[in-house]
Design a protein around this ligand. Structure first.
Ligand SMILES: [Zn+2]
Length: 306
């Protein structure tokens, strides 16, 4: 599913690759909101249908079967993407592979099917939308080792590398080479800072090792990559409230612990969530001086006329 669009030449396009409905809100939503407001075209690719997610909100009520769950998550995704400021939502709708600890997975789920199918579909989206910058999950996912997140990472990297080649996936459109690929994450050190800020407000720390707390990546800070890996810090103080508002839309996924996290006083939100961290993982920009450290802009060195 994709809205038909024509990208104007010489304009910014930002494409994010996420695994499930709600990940687009959890990871880097304020950054997308900021670039959207600055005029970038923003494209979300959601790889799975979220159908294996269970209702985590005790106040949500009963949901029938997996088909009903897919419909609920589809609706929540639509609402959240509008809040974040996505211009286009592309749902690949692969079957959700189920929870992290599942012993057996369906051979048709996103994490088990051959890579080539989803890569060719993402290449097609990239060639149609022509993003300069792509964002996905990091190469270190110990803090939330969901197989769909790992698969989304693999698909995004393979598609980034293939999209510009006329020999790869010739049926998927005219080649287009994105210039940068970033990993969205929250470093160990930043998790501790955020925890401290919540505790100073008399609230529970959001990043902990406790049972169920690892949902959507809010797990043990010690398992997260160090801030030594951060190449890029984007100032999103003016958009930090988007994180709270978009997360609230995924009502079926709001555990009591997450409800507490989202009840943070609005005036505290810019201070707590005012920076999004990134790792620059692929960089094909010109005039690179060889040290990408201390970027504050995902479009640093991206020449739209080049
Ligand atoms: Zn997810």
């Amino acid at each position: 599913m994709a809205e038909s669009t024509t990208s104007p030449a010489h304009s910014r396009c930002l494409l994010t690759v996420h695994a499930h409905p709600d990940d687009e809100s959890e990871f880097g939503a304020p950054t997308v909101a900021r670039y959207h407001q600055e005029g970038a075209r923003t494209v979300l690719v959601c790889c799975t249908d979220g159908g294996s997610g269970r209702v985590r909100n005790p106040e949500f009520g009963a949901v029938g079967d997996q088909t009903d769950m897919v419909q609920i998550r589809r609706q929540e995704l639509k609402e959240a993407a509008a809040i974040v400021g996505y211009d286009v939502v592309v749902r690949l709708d692969y079957p959700d592979s189920g929870s992290v600890n599942l012993k057996e997975r369906s051979p048709t789920c996103f994490a088990r099917i051959p890579l080539e199918g989803p890569v060719s579909r993402l290449v097609e989206v990239i060639r149609r939308e022509r993003p300069q910058v792509i964002v996905t999950y990091p190469d270190d996912q110990r803090v939330y080792p969901h197989p769909d997140h790992w698969r989304a990472h693999e698909v995004a990297l393979a598609a980034f590398d293939a999209a510009g080649s006329s020999e790869a996936y010739p049926a998927a459109g005219e080649p287009w080479q994105p210039l940068k690929l970033y990993y969205t994450f929250t470093s160990r050190e930043r998790r501790h800072v955020i925890n401290d800020k919540y505790m100073a407000l008399g609230m529970d720390a959001p990043f902990t090792a406790r049972e169920g707390a690892g949902l959507q990546g809010r797990g043990d800070p010690e398992l997260a990559p160090s801030e030594a890996r951060v190449t890029t810090r984007v100032d999103v103080a003016a958009f930090a409230h988007i994180w709270v508002e978009a997360m609230r839309v995924h009502r079926c996924q709001i555990t009591p612990a997450l409800a507490e996290t989202l009840s943070v006083p609005p005036e505290a939100v810019p201070d707590i969530y005012g920076v999004d961290e990134y790792i620059l993982a692929r960089d094909l920009t010109q005039d690179d001086d060889g040290s990408p450290v201390a970027e504050v802009d995902l479009y640093a060195r991206v020449d739209l006329d080049g």
